[in-house]
Design a binder for this molecule. Structure first.
Ligand code: FE2
Length: 312
């Protein structure tokens, strides 16, 4: 028997069982990395009671980044950031179908508002919300492989225009759901600070740099349009692809326990944070893997529009 067992989860991803993070050999680390490339999302249940174990395990999958927002860094553990907190002190509230939530973040790929999406991240739950707070991942390679051939061929040459935002234009792929910022009488209202990131362009289909598989790069949180298509047509197409991509058979919906770790490959997954009630607590720490995948470019109105008219 090896140093750990791999138990595939219901639809995507795998749970790693029986691993002792403190006694990993180089061979074990290589096997873990290969397992990550196969499954995209790895769950380690109640595996890290302290931050040192989190950091040690995350480093099996690459070097770690020091986050540029210094206020998020964990004291004495600068390779980690801390997110969440006690309800109303932990960020602005969102209202989804009338339900007020803190920490709700719509489907996205991390750093898709820059030309190069990041490699991946590993979360560790410190204080789990008692009533909510799930995170959901979807495997965009598995979703791509299951696309109807004509639809895959249609989107293969297309690119999306993306911006930095905390609120999607629509609940892409979840039609009929209402999502908005909370009003002051409903929950804490955070000042909307929109950092000055220029718009970027990403291909809708990318090739994974390590396993060579195709994957969808959609990040609907910041989606504005598809270049070269009339807005209605672009939105209808994006909606169709998103509705396919977040079907339950491509998703892992995790209900957290304290000290759980989840690692994901940002180059082939999207994730969604469901948020937690305003009067609840939730605290989580994250290690971010360095090494962005070059995917897109900054948008240039002049260059992109003349390319569009040349190809029209
Ligand atoms: Fe994220």
């Amino acid at each position: 028997m090896g140093a750990f067992q791999v138990i595939p989860l219901d639809h995507i991803g795998a749970e790693i069982v029986g691993l002792d993070p403190l006694t990993m050999t180089d061979e074990t680390k290589k096997e873990l990395y290969a397992t990550w490339m196969t499954y995209g999302v790895l769950l380690f249940r109640e595996a890290a009671p302290e931050p040192e174990t989190h950091i040690k395990l995350a480093k099996v999958f690459g070097d770690l980044e020091i986050h540029p927002v210094k206020s998020l860094l964990v004291d004495g553990q600068e390779e980690l950031i801390q997110l969440g907190g006690h309800g109303k002190n932990s960020g602005g509230a969102r209202v989804m179908d009338g339900d007020v939530r803190i920490g709700q973040t719509y489907w996205h790929q991390d750093t898709a508002y820059t030309p190069n999406i990041c490699k991946g991240s590993m979360l560790r739950m410190i204080t789990a919300s008692k009533r909510a707070g799930n995170t959901v991942w979807t495997d965009t390679s598995k979703a791509f492989d299951a696309l109807p051939k004509e639809l895959a061929a249609r989107i293969a040459p297309l690119e999306t225009l993306q911006c930095y935002t905390d609120m999607p234009r629509r609940t892409w792929g979840m039609p009929g759901h209402e999502l908005r910022h909370a009003r002051p009488d409903e929950g804490p209202v955070s000042e909307v600070v929109v950092p000055d990131f220029p718009h970027v362009v990403h291909p809708m289909v990318v090739t994974h740099p390590e396993n060579g598989r195709k994957a969808l790069l959609l990040s609907p949180l910041g989606y504005l349009t598809i270049l070269g298509l009339p807005e209605d047509e672009a939105d209808d197409l994006f909606e169709e692809v998103m509705a396919h991509t977040i079907k339950p058979e491509f998703c892992f919906d995790h209900s957290w326990a304290e000290n759980d770790l989840v690692l994901w490959d940002n180059r082939r997954t999207l994730h969604y944070a469901a948020g937690f009630p305003v009067d609840d607590d939730r605290m989580i720490q994250r290690a971010t893997l360095a090494g962005p995948q070059p995917t897109g470019r900054h948008y240039s109105a002049e260059a992109d529009q003349s390319a569009e008219s040349a190809s029209a």
